[in-house]
Ligand binder design. Structure first.
Ligand code: SF4
Length: 425
């Protein structure tokens, strides 16, 4: 095991990151697919070796918090014994692949993409020339079903096509130019485009670390050319994130989606979900990039029982005000934060919901880095010296419209923004 990662690296299990509440140990879960027994093992580890809290990441991974110097070695040994850790830090870091959460189950999918997900991960792990990809450089494989990944950030995006043959449309980041490939070629194409990324990035004075930035800097044409092919069509516009909560039914496929404020799941809740998945569902949990866990195979009566027994941290109602806010871990979990971001976000959640009936309207960030949400939000509060700066329709790094707000002043500002007159700096 190596020491804590250099700046800019994403944490893994073999290269954990130190934060304000101890080591952050992220498990990269292939396709977000977790068996009930694996979920119970992860919950036990979080309880025994961490502080009993886990985060569901925006890449559909699980991260344990509060792991100490003393508990880290035995945690890694236990994870290894359960087959939950890669062989090297490089392998776990490069396996940055997100897949449709209902892969292999959704009847509205173009085809079962699980083989492509395994094949791509295998290629990324075995091809050492790809191990220098920037830590956040990620791939998305979308099965073309209703739970679309088109609102999820990706550097190289594959979308399964409903055209009768197993084929994918390939796109660079959010670009609309697309190539069409056979499904079997996906690992080769991903590798070629990743190497083209390196090649083109090297031509820049400040090599970009994400595909979108490289495309903006040098254009997409050279990247396609360096990869050995060219886009043949325009892809459909990318959409927003779907709403996966509650009981859903799609042909023969039922699932119950349960959310968690800020994606924070207690070890008890994870173990409880594992039991429910076994008793009422298919025995599997599917992690999503939308701060929710899906239990496939749960019918209406099972869903009713699960929801009635759920603890307060489990969200089954899509209109729950807690889903209107997003916040990073804040103080004391992160040394850069000076406020209790999640506590403050929950206090403001009803007002945030009054800004819009659905979606995230308020982002509370512990600093201008804005880890919890790189994209703009209707309102962003950024902590500075224990108070907040307010940004309207922007990112955490944008110029604030109001400054030095305490929680009450934030409430007043949000109320004004929800009123027809709005707010003026
Ligand atoms: S946004 Fe700032 S305070 Fe929040 S987790 Fe990231 S670095 Fe820490």
């Amino acid at each position: 095991m190596t020491a804590a990662p250099p700046k800019g690296w994403c944490p893994g299990a073999l290269r954990p990151m130190i934060s304000g509440d101890g080591y952050l140990v992220r498990l990269r879960i292939t396709g977000g697919m977790v068996s009930a027994s694996a979920a119970r093992a992860i919950a036990r580890c979080a309880q025994d070796f961490g502080n009993g809290l886990l985060d569901l990441s925006a890449r559909a991974n699980l991260q344990m918090r509060g792991v100490t110097e003393a508990t880290l070695p035995v945690l890694v040994e236990t994870l290894q014994a359960n087959g939950l850790v890669d062989e090297s830090p490089e392998a776990e870091a490069v396996r940055n692949v997100i897949a449709s959460p209902l892969a292999g189950l959704a009847p509205d999918a173009a085809f079962d993409i699980r083989g492509s997900v395994y094949a791509l991960e295998q290629r990324l792990v075995s091809d050492a020339t790809l191990h220098d990809l920037p830590s956040k450089f990620g791939f998305a494989i979308d099965d073309g079903g209703g739970l679309s990944l088109s609102g999820v950030s990706a550097d190289i995006r594959f979308l399964a096509l409903h055209d009768g043959a197993p084929r994918f449309e390939v796109r660079l980041a959010d670009g609309d130019e697309a190539a069409v490939i056979e499904a079997a070629a996906l690992p080769d194409v991903a590798g070629a485009l990743a190497r083209a990324f390196f090649e083109e990035a090297r031509q820049c004075d400040l090599p970009p670390r994400r595909m979108a930035k490289l495309v903006a800097t040098r254009g997409a044409e050279g990247i396609w050319r360096a990869a050995g092919f060219s886009p043949a069509r325009r892809g459909a516009p990318l959409g927003s994130s779907p709403q996966p909560l509650g009981l859903n039914s799609l042909g023969a496929c039922n699932w119950l989606g349960l959310g968690f404020a800020f994606g924070r799941v207690s070890a008890q809740s994870l173990a409880w979900l594992a039991d429910k998945a076994e008793h009422h569902g298919s025995g599997e949990l599917r992690l999503t990039p939308w701060r929710a866990i899906l239990l496939p195979g749960v019918d209406a009566s099972g869903a009713e029982k699960i929801i009635s027994q759920a603890s307060a941290d489990v969200i089954a109602d899509p209109s729950d005000a807690r889903l209107a806010v997003i916040a990073c871990s804040g103080h004391p979990s992160c040394a850069s934060a000076t406020t209790l971001t999640q506590q403050d976000a929950l206090a403001l959640a009803p007002l945030a919901r009054s800004l819009a009936p659905s979606g995230v309207t308020l982002h509370v960030s512990g600093c201008a880095k804005g880890c919890a949400r790189p994209a703009p939000a209707r309102v962003t509060l950024v902590a500075r010296d224990g108070l907040y700066d307010l940004i309207s329709a922007g990112r955490a790094s944008d110029a604030p419209m109001l400054q030095n707000l305490d929680l009450n002043a934030c409430r007043t500002a949000l109320r004004s923004m929800a009123s027809p007159e709005g707010i003026h700096p």
